[in-house]
Design a protein around this ligand. Structure first.
Ligand SMILES: NC(=O)c1ccc[n+]([C@@H]2O[C@H](COP(=O)([O-])OP(=O)(O)OC[C@H]3O[C@@H](n4cnc5c(N)ncnc54)[C@H](O)[C@@H]3O)[C@@H](O)[C@H]2O)c1
Length: 380
């Protein structure tokens, strides 16, 4: 008999859909001890919340998250709203004794993140941040290869996250659809939105980052704000590139922009070790490129591993070898891991405390871009 896991999800947008789909699918594919119950959906747009409830099968609708977090029939609050709301909702939910799942980035900045960590730890509630790329099977496989020491001493890490959707100067900023272009609701631009993913994966695969030096640029300086109707200064970073040193002595280069014409969501990463390298690309997410210097020199070279065999991470739960899965499955994987961790009292990663490390790196990147100096990062 599965235990009910009664979810109150806040935000009916992009992530509201991926998370709802994951809750609906998880018991069909994974043996976990909980069964998600879509108890309530909350969105400040009532019409949107109602039609979302109908489509996904939520049992009730709220338009005020304050009410939702106090409801006694909810076990977990899942935060899928713009970044400026994460802090207040997470703290209120923790204070109400709820399990808290939060979309990335954890917060607008590390100071907010510290308060959120303190709240969930004080309340003793399970907590999790949705850095879903860790659960792309090819990336989980890469983590296994790194942990097994197959790459040897690590020299280099490089990651890009490239998009092109803000190039038009006519695109407004702010409001429901374009909150990402307004620092008041996003915290930062590509640094917190896209590089946060790259940083989380990097910390997971290669350990702590000790220092960074960054440059950012805002190419379009003013845009009409959708809420005020006025032309206002743009305060997000449109592009960011930074160099980093890891505590293990390796060097890194990260780049993100929304001005790379032709690229829609190109997240690429590569690690180079003394013995082997791997590379991965979100546009071909089920493949891992791997090159092992220990191979016989006659056949040595880059191989493309199709990560679909049943001994590959998560793949025994899906179809048959050779058949691939996609983006939405990463959210199913994280719900499965979270519920499994809950049953075993072994928290799934990243917890709020772990995700705070990414926030510290984001803050250091923004500070370095402002000062033009290297910035040190103290991790715990
Ligand atoms: N893990 C990932 O890969 C990933 C991808 C996209 C977004 N995100 C994160 O998910 C979060 C949401 O992003 P999104 O793309 O789903 O945004 P979105 O704009 O698609 O949806 C946000 C929803 O929140 C609702 N909302 C806004 N203010 C609200 C309030 N006060 N109360 C209730 N509902 C409110 C909006 O009406 C909208 O339905 C962000 O933190 C973002 O950084 C993560």
């Amino acid at each position: 008999m599965l235990k009910p896991f009664r979810v109150g999800l806040i935000g009916c947008g992009f992530m509201g859909r991926t998370h709802s789909n994951a809750y609906r699918r998880v018991n069909n594919f994974f043996d976990v001890q909980y069964e998600p119950v879509l108890q309530a959906i909350c969105d400040n747009d009532q019409a949107r919340a109602k039609s979302f409830a109908d489509r996904w099968g939520y049992l009730s609708v709220e338009t005020d998250w304050h009410k939702l977090v106090e409801r006694p029939d909810i076990d977990a609050i899942d935060i899928c709203v713009p970044n400026n709301l994460h802090h207040d909702i997470a703290i209120a939910a923790a204070n109400a004794g709820k399990i808290v799942l939060c979309e990335k980035p954890l917060a607008m900045n590390a100071a907010e993140g510290e308060e959120m960590v303190a709240a969930v730890e004080r309340a003793g509630v399970a907590n999790f941040v949705s850095y879903n790329y860790r659960r792309v099977p090819a990336i989980t496989l890469a983590k296994r290869l790194v942990d097994e020491g197959r790459l040897g001493r690590i020299f280099h890490y490089r990651a890009n996250f490239l998009q092109d959707w803000t190039i038009s100067a006519d695109l407004p900023q702010g409001g429901t659809a374009l909150w990402r272009i307004d620092a008041a609701s996003a915290g930062s631009g590509v640094t917190g939105d896209l590089l946060a993913h790259c940083i989380d994966t990097a910390l997971w695969l290669n350990g702590p980052i000790s220092s960074v030096t960054a440059m950012t640029e805002t190419f379009i300086k003013e845009r009409r704000h959708q809420v005020s109707g006025k032309v206002e200064k743009v305060t997000i970073d449109d592009a960011c590139a930074f160099l980093a040193r890891f505590a293990n002595g390796s060097l890194a280069i990260f780049e993100s922009t929304r001005y790379a014409r032709g690229h829609k969501a190109l997240y690429t990463l590569e690690m180079n070790g003394a013995d082997a390298s791997f590379a991965w690309d979100l546009h071909d997410l089920h493949r891992l490129s791997y090159c092992d210097h220990r191979d016989d020199s006659l056949v040595r070279g880059w191989r493309s591993i199709h990560v679909t065999d049943s001994d590959m991470p998560y793949m025994d739960k899906w179809w048959v070898p050779g058949l691939q899965i996609g983006y939405e499955h990463t959210f199913v994987h994280q719900v499965a891991d979270f519920l499994d961790g809950l049953a075993k009292n072994e928290p799934a990663s990243p917890t709020f405390r772990e995700a705070l490390e990414t926030q510290k790196v984001c803050d250091a990147v923004i500070a370095s871009a402002k000062s033009g100096q290297w910035v040190e990062i103290t991790s715990q």
